[in-house]
Design a protein around this ligand. Structure first.
Ligand code: SF4
Ligand code: SF4
Length: 400
């Protein structure tokens, strides 16, 4: 196992154990099976375990395994505040105490504001008094490091990042998401501020392994490196020194062994031109099924009406490469639930964006098409209800 350091110089294993995908047995999690997987990873040097209040049964399972094997103090626990469920600091405290109880511990090593998608959510937490609460918890040692996990667009990520002295952050990042969500810009901005970055969804929920088009599979199979598709995805991340830990939701001993092997072998800067070229070929094959040939270059931005043009096209494409539900879910997360509305329906047809698009995309026409598919009526209603709840008290929340 290799290790990279946090802000205090503590060594974190570059492979982290994501505790959201344990195998189920009946209606509950399979404790015995998960225990074997956790212990196998621990013996191989994994020392970062990531769970959350809302991962059903996960905190309790992790607490039980760490406690009955006497290894709590040998690992780092990361868990998360369901910030979207709270409206006061007493609520924050209640969730936190419940999490400590479930985890059978009196401190959390890495505590995250879960699933921020917009700077406005962080503002709401600050207005509720979270900064004072964090200060007290850090002083008492109940929380050792404070961070946030993120799913919105790059601009909002940068705002949150710069607004507070974070100890770490967690982003979705993989070779297909290099320019979406926090993206490579967010990764580098965090590293420049000495903020360790934990990576989630390195395989895009398994899709970079299970849903590859045939041409992509063949390109990997024929390559001189002999790496598996999963190995390519992990090594692309480990190749970047700005990445601190890569989480993997492991639920078999084979998966643990394969990921541990990759984390042993990978090196920063090992990618050569031929490797990047191969991944470009793979990305092209994945994108063949896409509806709009948008590369995410952002030359069309900013739109004077606030339309998130590349964000909308990315989710529209995801509907055809990853499944309709996934595309719409990504849309809700990254475009639908930002405080400033960024919908295609805001377009007034000025045509400014099309003058700058190197791909010569008929952006106005494609935006209409994308909006029809991304927001059929039930989704439109759902997003509006969620916005009204998230941005309650704000006029913008009701505007979508
Ligand atoms: S045409 Fe629409 S999307 Fe393009 S810049 Fe004008 S308002 Fe924005
Ligand atoms: S300029 Fe064209 S290719 Fe680039 S992000 Fe905008 S729409 Fe996509």
């Amino acid at each position: 196992m290799q290790y990279r350091k946090d802000q205090n110089g503590e060594e974190l294993s570059i492979l982290g154990f994501g505790c959201m995908r344990f195998t189920k047995k009946g209606n509950a999690l399979d404790l015995e099976k998960a225990e074997q997987e956790i212990l196998a990873a621990f013996r191989a040097g994994v020392n970062y375990f990531d769970t959350a209040y809302v991962y059903s049964g996960s905190e309790m399972l992790l607490g039980t395994v760490l406690s009955r094997n006497g290894i709590r103090k040998d690992v780092h626990i990361a868990t998360k505040l369901p910030q979207y469920m709270i409206s006061s600091i007493s609520g924050v405290e209640r969730y936190f105490q419940e999490e400590l109880k479930r985890l059978q511990t009196d401190y959390v090593d890495y505590y995250l504001m879960h699933h921020l998608t917009d700077a406005a959510q962080w503002e709401r937490l600050k207005n509720a008094g979270i900064l004072e609460w964090i200060r007290e918890k850090k002083e008492s040692g109940a929380i050792r490091n404070i961070g946030f996990s993120y799913h919105g667009n790059t601009e909002n990520f940068l705002k949150i990042l710069e607004d507070y002295d974070w100890n770490f952050c967690q982003i979705q990042y993989n070779y297909l998401d290099e320019t979406s969500q926090a993206g490579v810009r967010g990764l580098k901005a965090a590293a420049a501020r000495n903020i360790p970055v934990i990576i989630m969804e390195p395989l895009r929920g398994g899709k970079l392994v299970n849903m590859l088009p045939k041409e992509a599979e063949e390109a990997f199979a024929k390559d001189r490196r002999g790496w598996t598709p999963a190995e390519w995805a992990f090594r692309w991340l480990y190749n970047q020194p700005e990445v601190t830990v890569v989480l993997s939701g492991m639920n078999s001993l084979e998966m643990v062994a394969e990921n541990v092997h990759t984390a042993d072998q990978a090196r920063v800067g090992e990618f050569e031109e031929a490797d990047f070229a191969l991944l470009e070929k793979v990305k092209q094959a994945i994108r063949e099924g896409e509806k709009v040939g948008c590369t995410g270059c952002r030359y069309c931005m900013p739109c004077p009406q606030g339309v998130d043009i590349p964000g909308i096209f990315r989710c529209y494409n995801a509907m055809y490469t990853e499944g309709k539900r996934d595309g719409r879910f990504q849309f809700a997360q990254t475009v639908g639930l930002t405080r400033e509305p960024a919908f295609a329906s805001q377009c007034i047809g000025c045509g400014k964006c099309e003058k700058h698009c190197p791909q010569e995309i008929p952006i106005r026409e494609k935006l209409k098409e994308a909006d029809r598919e991304l927001r059929p009526l039930p989704y439109k209603i759902g997003i509006n209800v969620a916005r009204a709840f998230m941005f309650r008290g704000s006029r913008k929340g009701r505007k979508a």
